[in-house]
Design a protein around this ligand. Structure first.
Ligand SMILES: Cc1ncc(COP(=O)(O)O)c(C=O)c1O
Length: 339
């Protein structure tokens, strides 16, 4: 099977498993797991932040970061299609007492004008907006990249209005590789940032939030409140350290393969594909007369797995378990169905 459903399907390689099996561990609740500490220090350094905190998932790291900067009753702004709004079980509302408001971006990535218009003048009758949450890469638009200049502009507008800025960077690594800049450059304008190890980097578990020490200290308590504190977590942290060392630069290969898949599929009658900027390919099949679900089943029967994105769109995500041959085979399966 060529599994293009998501980069979260990646499994640890034998070498990663070996690093995990031999990791030095301790009780992380007491700050005594050397491998977790090493991972947190490494990620803080890569993101140019004072401290980082290891969490079991991106959803929890997003919550810890945002809730550390916004008390219950406050409002959080995010792009209307943000993961934080649509895929996180309303966790910020349920666990943090926060109101979420989406700002539609006309061209996928928010502009400073769009944020400025959405910000209300101070009033005793409106909730106080506390955080602007950004997303890079932006998953719903097909892994689009936000550059450092746009991030800085958005952060500036938010700060003018007294907001903190959080960045959901589940795939910030992909953005950095696509732009050929260090991840720290993309994280520099924001207060806190979340990054995942369990997506394109291929580690089995974990995301981190990073930011100023005083915010991360508050986030530590929130992680504990959410039940996300782990004990000998060095076993999984070792997978993350291995991933950062071996699988970061190779993300460029996934981007190249995504471009090849897009090119191959776009050549088919009735198919429209936006040029991928990273590892995500959105395929619009409306012009083929085929429905997404039915086509996905036919492709699965040919050994290629993808997911629907609405009734007429399907999504492919490239990752380290799909090589050049896998991409060619996926194109052939599309050709056999739609050619
Ligand atoms: C953009 C984005 N943010 C956050 C998350 C949440 O990460 P996790 O699944 O580790 O909770 C995901 C997961 O796919 C994601 O794509």
């Amino acid at each position: 099977m060529i599994d293009l459903r998501s980069d979260t399907f990646t499994r640890p390689s034998p070498a990663m498993r070996q690093a995990m099996a031999t990791a030095e561990v301790g009780d992380d609740c007491f700050g005594e797991d050397p491998t977790v500490r090493e991972l947190e220090a490494r990620v803080a350094e890569l993101l140019g932040k004072e401290r980082a905190l290891f969490c079991p998932s991106g959803i929890m790291a997003n919550q810890c970061a945002v809730m550390a900067q916004a008390e219950p009753g406050r409002e959080v702004l995010a792009e209307a299609r943000a993961h934080l709004i649509h895929y996180e079980e309303g966790s910020l509302a349920a666990n943090g007492g926060l109101a979420l408001r989406g700002i539609p971006a006309a061209r996928d990535i928010l502009t400073s004008d769009e944020v400025r218009v959405a910000l209300r003048p101070p009033s005793p009758y409106h909730p106080v907006t506390a955080v602007l949450a950004l997303e890079n890469t932006h998953l719903d638009s097909g892994g689009r990249v936000m550059d450092g200049a746009r991030t800085a502009e958005l952060a500036e507008v938010a700060r003018e209005h007294g907001l903190r800025v959080h960045l959901d960077g589940a795939r910030l690594w992909n953005a950095a590789v696509a732009l050929e800049v260090p991840p720290a450059e993309l994280a520099a304008p924001v207060d806190t940032v979340m990054v995942s190890l369990s997506k394109g980097l291929g580690a089995p578990v974990g995301s981190l939030l990073a930011g100023p020490a005083r915010v991360v200290e508050r986030a530590w308590r929130i992680r504990r409140r959410l039940g996300g504190q782990m004990r000998q977590a060095g076993i999984v942290a070792a997978g993350g350290l291995f991933a950062l060392e071996h699988n970061l630069d190779r993300l460029a290969l996934d981007h190249r393969r995504a471009a090849r898949l897009a090119e191959g599929v776009e050549a088919l009658e009735g198919v429209r594909v936006a040029r991928p900027e990273t590892n995500v390919v959105m395929v619009d099949v409306a012009g083929t007369g085929r429905g997404a679900d039915e086509l996905l089943q036919a492709l699965a029967d040919r050994g290629v797995l993808l997911v629907p994105f609405g009734a007429r769109r399907i999504r492919a995500v490239l990752h380290l378990e799909v090589d050049d041959q896998g991409v060619e085979a996926a194109i052939e399966a599309f050709e056999a169905e739609l050619g």
